[in-house]
Design a protein around this ligand. Structure first.
Ligand SMILES: [Zn+2]
Length: 326
């Protein structure tokens, strides 16, 4: 049927009509809320380039976790800022490290919250790279895997539900799976940062996590923004190695990659709505250049429409509040 008999506008006339034909339903269930854990007590240090985001000491992380649970957000992901950085990032696998402590306290306060712990070393190393360096200054893949195994087991001992390796090391998912299983943690899941791009959108995160590389960049291990077929290969490897969930990061400039991965794979798919995406909306919103709430909801809906089942987002609590009023 063609115009004038068929008129698509008929089902857009009223809000209830639009509700009936809406294809994508954003829900609080979709959100994973990222939190930065730092040493100390009663620390709530604002991240300048990410208004509304803070470095939080363990007690404050628990307060924030309770807020998330009250808002109906099902899951948190924790990033640690250690007391002391070193060449290998050893505090990442210290059972008394900040993320381990935070995980235990969150589980005590709100056992139903799913705790994901990011497994990487850039926050923990003095040089800011995602693993152990060779003498030539490259990241040593296989030496880093050993440390990832140590970190994953430490996070599992702290009671986390999901370990999320984000360093783009080859073989990281299989190595972590074996390391967890060897210690009896067969119920701890792996959310793999499978297609993680070397992106300029991570800028504000590096301030939040104090993880900027001290020399060079991460292009030798993170993916080239120009590649999409390579993302499919990366995801296939993680699936074969035993990933329970897969991820595309960042989200906004990679919606096509999210859609392709969605089409090719059946595993739950996460997308990371990263710090730079958040910061752009905050900055434009503060200047009155955009309607912040509207653009935030549109962005999150777009990420879900592209195919993400879960969205890691700093907007989680703000978006949850808007969804609760609908
Ligand atoms: Zn890293």
């Amino acid at each position: 049927m063609q115009f004038p008999e068929y008129r698509p506008r008929r089902v857009r006339r009223t809000e209830n009509l639009r509700r009936m034909v809406r294809e994508t339903q954003l829900a609080v269930d979709d959100f994973i809320y990222p939190l930065f854990v730092c040493p100390g007590k009663k620390v709530r240090k604002p991240v300048g380039s990410m208004p509304g985001v803070f470095q939080l000491s363990v007690d404050e992380v628990v307060t924030e976790a309770k807020k998330a649970a009250d808002a109906g957000v099902p899951a948190l992901i924790l990033f640690g800022i250690p007391t002391k950085k070193d060449a290998v990032g050893s505090e990442a696998w210290d059972d008394n490290g900040v993320v381990q402590k935070a995980c235990k306290e969150i589980k005590k306060a709100r056992p139903e919250l799913v705790v994901v712990i990011d497994a990487c070393f850039c926050e923990y190393t003095s040089h800011g790279h995602c693993g152990v360096l060779t003498e030539a200054g490259e990241v040593d893949n296989d030496a880093t895997l050993d440390n990832l195994g140590r970190a994953a087991r430490s996070y599992a001992r702290a009671g986390c539900d999901i370990v999320a390796p984000s360093g783009m090391m080859d073989g990281m998912v299989g190595f972590i799976r074996d390391s967890l299983d060897e210690e009896g943690f067969d119920q701890v899941a792996i959310l793999a940062y499978s297609a993680k791009y070397a992106s300029g959108y991570y800028g504000p995160f590096r301030e939040a996590a104090e993880s900027a590389p001290q020399f060079g960049d991460r292009k030798a291990y993170q993916m080239d923004p120009a590649n999409a077929m390579e993302a499919i290969r990366e995801v296939s490897l993680d699936v074969e190695e035993g990933a329970d969930m897969i991820m595309v990061k960042p989200a906004l400039a990679y919606l096509d990659v999210i859609a392709r991965v969605r089409e090719e794979f059946e595993l739950p798919l996460a997308a990371y709505n990263v710090s730079g995406e958040y910061a752009m909306l905050k900055a434009a919103g503060e200047r009155g250049w955009i309607d912040y709430d509207r653009v935030m909801m549109e962005t999150l809906t777009g990420i879900k429409r592209a195919g993400a089942d879960m969205i890691l987002t700093y907007h989680a609590l703000e978006a949850a509040a808007i969804l609760a009023k609908r």
